[in-house]
Design a protein around this ligand. Structure first.
Ligand code: ATP
Ligand code: MG
Ligand code: FE
Length: 340
């Protein structure tokens, strides 16, 4: 079963062809980072325009690289939320047009379900599994009960972890997105600062990252005001260690309450090398860890094709009235949200 998948929820235009939800035949990713860098973050209107410019070309490339034609396809899948509405709409329009023109069933995919199912492209998910979703907009511990059945065990009360990285990075003079550079610096500095590790000892699976973000920013402001110099790499090391303490503690807690065979680490921040090392050191003896390769951690359409296959098997198709839902609820995946 070949599925053509579209992802355009944020600042990557991506089109992929995925076989049986497990095998990536092509995964074209056109990133717009350069256009947004000078603004220090993603500008929605700019993002939408880029998607319009890129999507047809990406589609042609994806089909060409996979060496398939429209008649070889079983379905067309597309991210319909959460994300930027204007950006989502471009992918939706492309997918719907192809669905209509080639008489292919349409599958609407939740972006976060996609991030989790990137795992299926590297190893077979064994249910129930636990997923730590860490991205630019989300930080969640998700219990994956069975194929396509999700339960959110905890999430962030304020900023997402990737967002905290990007905001701290901006204060450190790193261009957007800052996660990768902070991660590098974290390996070069010393852990000399103690930032607040919010909710670390609270008996729940929720997160809060706005406090640590503000603490870092205050530290930098204060140093500037009183004229003391700051070693940015030490700030990065301290910040990352504190973040990882929190992610590790909450994941441990979740594993304790929900014993599973596999821990899936998903989303852009899953690319973090410190996170990979810590999880490997502290959890590898308890669970099988699935880390998608870097290209499948960030936004990409292959992960959308991977999850779409689950819905394909359940005949959960969408109609051509499928609309973008910028704040699409994750738990909604439990229900038959696709039967729109
Ligand atoms: P969402 O998936 O929640 O809608 P998004 O799609 O914008 O948000 P992703 O593209 O999944 O988020 O991830 C982007 C985030 O990952 C950015 O915040 C970026 O700084 C962060 N990131 C990327 N690489 C690293 C890294 N090595 N360490 C920490 N953060 C990283
Ligand atoms: Mg992104
Ligand atoms: Fe994402």
């Amino acid at each position: 079963v070949l599925i053509l998948a579209f992802e355009s929820s944020c600042d990557e235009t991506s089109v992929a062809v995925v076989k049986n939800g497990r095998e990536v035949l092509s995964n074209i990713i056109a990133t717009q980072i350069k256009s947004h860098q000078r603004f220090g973050g993603v500008v929605p209107e700019v993002a939408s325009r880029h998607h319009v410019e890129q999507i047809i070309h990406c589609t042609k490339l994806a089909l060409k690289e996979a060496q398939v034609d429209y008649q070889d396809l079983a379905a067309v899948a597309v991210t319909y939320g959460p994300g930027l509405v204007g950006s989502l709409l471009i992918g939706l329009m492309a997918a719907k047009a192809i669905s209509w023109a080639h008489d292919l069933p349409l599958i609407g995919v939740n972006h976060l379900a996609g991030h989790i199912y990137a795992a299926n492209l590297v190893a077979e998910i064994k249910y129930p599994a636990l997923a730590l979703v860490v991205s630019g907009g989300h930080t969640e511990l998700v219990y994956v009960k069975a194929a396509g059945e999700f339960e959110i065990l905890g999430d962030t009360r304020d900023d997402a972890v990737g967002e905290a990285y990007d905001k701290v990075g901006r204060m450190l003079g790193i261009s957007y997105p800052a996660g990768k550079t902070i991660d590098q610096w974290a390996h070069e500095g010393k852990d000399t600062y103690n930032f607040p590790r919010a909710m670390l000892h609270e008996n729940n699976l929720n997160f809060s990252f706005s406090g640590i973000k503000s603490a870092v920013i205050n530290t930098l402001h204060h140093a500037e005001q009183v004229g003391i110099s700051i070693n940015k790499k030490d700030v990065a090391t301290s910040f990352q260690n504190d973040i990882l303490d929190i992610l590790l503690a909450k994941t441990q807690k979740a594993l304790h309450k929900y014993p599973v065979q596999q821990l899936i680490v998903a989303g852009g921040v899953a690319a973090n090398s410190g996170l990979r090392e810590r999880l490997q050191q502290e959890l590898a003896n308890q669970v099988e860890l699935i880390f998608p390769p870097l290209r499948l951690c960030g936004d990409n359409a292959a992960m959308i094709g991977a999850y779409a296959y689950i819905k394909y098997q359940k005949n959960q198709f969408a109609s051509l009235t499928l609309n973008a839902d910028p704040s699409l609820d994750f738990e909604y995946c439990n229900n038959n949200e696709s039967l729109l």
